[in-house]
Design a protein around this ligand. Structure first.
Ligand code: HMG
Ligand code: MG
Length: 284
C-alpha cells in the first residue's frame, strides 16, 4: 500500500457496532476486522474493554481480540475506561489503548459515571501501567463542540481536557464531535483553542455525521493542519450514552473525498465497499 499523507483510523468495529441493537456474534465482528485488515489501514479500533453492564455489545472484547488474524503493519487499538479495562486489553495483546474523557460534565457523568476530574484521576494508574508495558495510549475528548446535556461546549474546555490528557502521557488526542452537531466554524474555533496547547501532529478528528457535515468539518480540520481522522465503514455508529449520536462519518466517503482532493489515504476502495456492505448487513 502507498504511504498515506492522511491517516484514517478505522473505528467501525468499535464505535460503529457498540450501539447496535442486535447483539452481534463475535465471529461476525472478527470477520469484519479481518476484512478491514487487508484494506490498507495502519490502525483499526477493534473493540473496547468497558463494563458489559454499560455496553453489552462490547462484552466479547477478549474473544474478538483472540479471534482476529493480525495483519503485519496494522495496529489493533482498544478503548479502556479504567485499570480493569486496561489490564484486560494488555492480556488481549492490544497494540494501543485509548482513554476517553469528556469536555462537558454532563456527558462525563452519562458516559463514565464520574466527573471530568475523577476520570482524569482514574487514568493515572492506567498511564503508569501502559508506560511500564510500552503500550502507547491515545486520549479522546468527547462533545468537543456540542453536548446533548450541557449545550454548546466552550472551546477552552476542550483545550483544557486535551492538555490534561497530553500531560498524562497520551501520544495523540482524538477530538470527538460525539453527536455530529459541529459546523466548520465551531470546529475551527475549537481547534484554534486546542492548537494553543498541542501541535496538529498530535491531534485527530473524530466526527460523527449526524447532520451531514462531517466532511466539511474534516476539511476545516485539514486547513488547521490535522492529518489523522477516525471513520467507520458503512457510516455505522453511535454512542449509547449520547442521545442523537448516530453514524460515524463513513470511511469510504472520507477516502473518496480525500482522494478527490489529491490526498493519498493508502486505502483499497473496492475492499472498503465490501467492508461497508458487510458492516451494514450486520446492523440487523
Ligand atoms: P461504574 O458502574 O461507575 O463502575 O462504571 P464500577 O467500577 O462500579 O463497575 C460496574 C461494574 O462493571 C462492576 O461489575 C465492574 O467490575 C464492571 P460488578 O462488580 O457490578 O459485577 N467493570 C468492568 N467490567 C469489564 N471491563 C471493565 C470494567 N469496569 C468496570 N473495564 C465505567 C464506570 C467507566 C466502568 C462505565 O461507566 C463504563 O464502562 N463506561 C464506558 C461507556 C462506553 O463504553 N461508552 C462508549 C465509548 S465512548 C464513545 O463512544 C465516544 C468516542 O467515540 C468519541 C466521541 O464520539 O466523542 C470515543
Ligand atoms: Mg464516537
Amino acid at each position: 500500500f502507498p504511504m498515506p499523507d492522511i491517516v484514517i483510523v478505522e473505528v467501525g468495529p468499535r464505535d460503529g457496532l457498540q450501539n447496535n441493537k442486535r447483539l452481534i456474534p463475535a465471529a461476525e465482528k472478527i470477520a469484519l476486522i479481518d476484512l478491514l485488515s487487508g484494506a490498507g489501514f495502519q490502525r483499526i479500533e477493534a473493540t473496547s474493554f468497558v463494563s458489559p453492564k454499560w455496553v453489552p455489545q462490547m462484552a466479547d472484547a477478549a474473544e474478538v481480540m483472540a479471534g482476529i488474524t493480525r495483519a503485519p503493519g496494522v495496529r489493533y487499538e482498544v478503548l479502556t475506561p479504567n485499570l480493569k479495562g486496561y489490564e484486560a486489553a494488555r492480556a488481549a495483546r492490544a497494540d494501543k489503548a485509548s482513554i476517553f474523557a469528556s469536555a462537558s460534565e454532563g456527558f462525563s457523568r452519562a458516559n463514565l459515571n464520574c466527573t471530568i476530574a475523577e476520570s482524569l484521576e482514574r487514568y493515572i494508574p492506567v498511564m503508569e501501567a501502559a508506560r511500564a508495558d510500552g503500550i502507547p495510549v491515545r486520549g479522546t475528548v468527547s462533545v468537543v463542540t456540542d453536548c446533548p446535556f450541557d449545550g454548546p461546549t466552550p472551546p477552552e474546555n476542550v483545550a483544557r481536557v486535551a492538555a490534561a490528557l497530553r500531560d498524562l502521557g497520551c501520544f495523540e488526542i482524538s477530538l470527538g464531535d460525539t453527536i455530529g452537531q459541529g459546523r466548520p466554524e465551531t470546529i475551527d474555533a475549537m481547534l484554534a483553542a486546542v492548537l494553543e496547547e498541542l501541535p496538529p501532529e498530535q491531534l485527530a478528528g473524530h466526527y460523527h455525521d449526524t447532520a451531514g457535515r462531517a466532511l466539511q468539518n474534516i476539511d476545516a480540520s485539514i486547513a488547521r493542519g490535522l492529518r489523522v481522522f477516525d471513520a467507520a465503514v458503512g457510516g455505522l455508529g453511535g454512542c449509547p450514552y449520547a442521545p442523537g449520536a448516530e453514524g460515524n462519518v463513513a470511511t469510504e466517503k472520507v477516502a473518496a473525498h480525500l482522494a478527490a482532493q489529491g490526498f493519498e489515504t493508502g486505502l483499497d476502495m473496492a475492499l472498503l465497499q465490501q467492508a461497508a456492505a458487510m458492516a451494514q448487513g450486520m446492523r440487523g
